[in-house]
Design a binder for this molecule. Structure first.
Ligand SMILES: NC(=O)c1ccc[n+]([C@@H]2O[C@H](COP(=O)([O-])OP(=O)(O)OC[C@H]3O[C@@H](n4cnc5c(N)ncnc54)[C@H](OP(=O)(O)O)[C@@H]3O)[C@@H](O)[C@H]2O)c1
Length: 301
């Protein structure tokens, strides 16, 4: 089963609608989450490519993630599009990475040089501002900085990972090839922006598109579970559909979402997600019912 593909906006990239978010392979001394060792990261990254996923998202401040992508799959670089980020400052503390975002040319240029070295490649397909706001990026000349990096051949397209309330200002800049935005059945706040951006012709990469695994997640997310229960979404689950599958297929029923970069370090989940995506979009009537059930719950919060 190979995941379906979509054109990523006006870029030349035909991306798998199921992408891979590599935050989960960030390794030890990051943020106290489940720790994946080198062997586990090697296996999951290669399994991701073997499954036909061709879009990988990472960031300089995802601990060992970039380094592991470089070490374990850079020999397969022509099999995947690579998106990383910039504006990241991080210092290793005893047991965690201290993260900050700093918006100047020096940080951005240094981020990219470090990323290329760790990723063991000549260029990244997408360099995304890891947050930021339109005023600061303009004031610091950082759009021009990314364009310079594009001209140098080290970056093919420029993007931003953002969310409300900063998203509208970023969109008004009119300069980004791609937008990375949070969205799922239980967290649909950015739905109208996804439509607006997709219809403006830019590429839309969704994060959080499986709602961190939903109620079946190994790491429980109380906010997700609360919406799920109040909206009584279990009524749509039967022996042939898991909760994670319903969430993922809902995300990909949105045709303005070109790819969703789901993170997993579990081979069983990877296989389930590939199988879920192969089933295709949910019926439009079901999407409407789900949307309305969740909207009714969110309206009371
Ligand atoms: N500001 C930013 O730019 C930003 C912020 C956050 C994330 N991101 C990017 O977006 C990516 C995804 O974000 P995310 O990790 O927050 O959201 P996500 O992809 O919705 O959730 C990932 C979680 O879902 C679980 N999962 C995946 N498939 C599952 C299944 N079939 N059943 C049960 N659980 C499943 C995974 O755990 P298992 O390992 O147990 O499968 C993992 O903990 C990140 O890796 C990163 O690349 C960007």
């Amino acid at each position: 089963m190979i995941p379906p593909l979509a054109q990523l906006g006006k870029t030349d990239m035909l991306v798998s609608r199921l992408g891979y978010g590599s935050m989960g392979i960030r390794g030890p001394r990051t943020w106290g989450v489940r720790v994946v060792d080198d062997a586990g990261a090697d296996q999951i990254l290669n399994a991701v490519l073997d499954s036909g996923i061709n879009l990988i998202d990472t960031s300089p401040d995802y601990g060992a993630s970039e380094d592991r992508i470089g070490r374990f799959i850079s020999h397969r670089r022509d099999e995947y599009y690579l998106a990383t980020k910039c504006g990241c400052v991080y210092t290793q503390q005893e047991d965690h990475l201290q993260l900050d975002h700093v918006w100047n040319r020096q940080v951005i240029t240094k981020n990219l040089e470090t990323s290329l070295r760790r990723l063991r490649c000549e260029f990244v397909d997408i360099l995304q501002f890891h947050g930021g706001d339109a005023e600061t990026l303009k004031r610091e000349g950082l759009i021009e900085c990314l364009r310079d990096l594009k001209r140098s051949g080290k970056v093919r397209f420029i993007g931003v990972s953002t969310s409300l309330p900063k998203l509208p200002g970023m969109f008004d800049l009119g300069v980004f090839d791609t937008y990375q935005i949070p969205y799922s059945l239980v967290a649909p706040e950015h739905a109208s922006w996804i439509q607006k951006i997709g219809q403006a012709g830019a590429g839309v990469i969704v994060r959080g598109g499986i709602a961190q695994g939903g109620p079946d997640a190994v790491i429980a997310r109380p906010a997700v579970n609360d919406v799920w229960q109040k909206a009584n979404l279990d009524q749509w689950i039967d022996g042939s559909t898991s909760r994670a599958e319903l969430i993922l297929r809902y995300t990909l029923s949105n045709s303005d979402c070109h790819s969703t970069i789901v993170g997993t370090c579990d081979h069983r989940h990877l296989a389930e997600n590939i199988a879920a995506v192969a089933k295709g979009p949910l019926p439009p009537e079901l999407c409407n019912e789900l949307r309305q059930s969740v909207a009714a719950v969110l309206a009371t919060q």
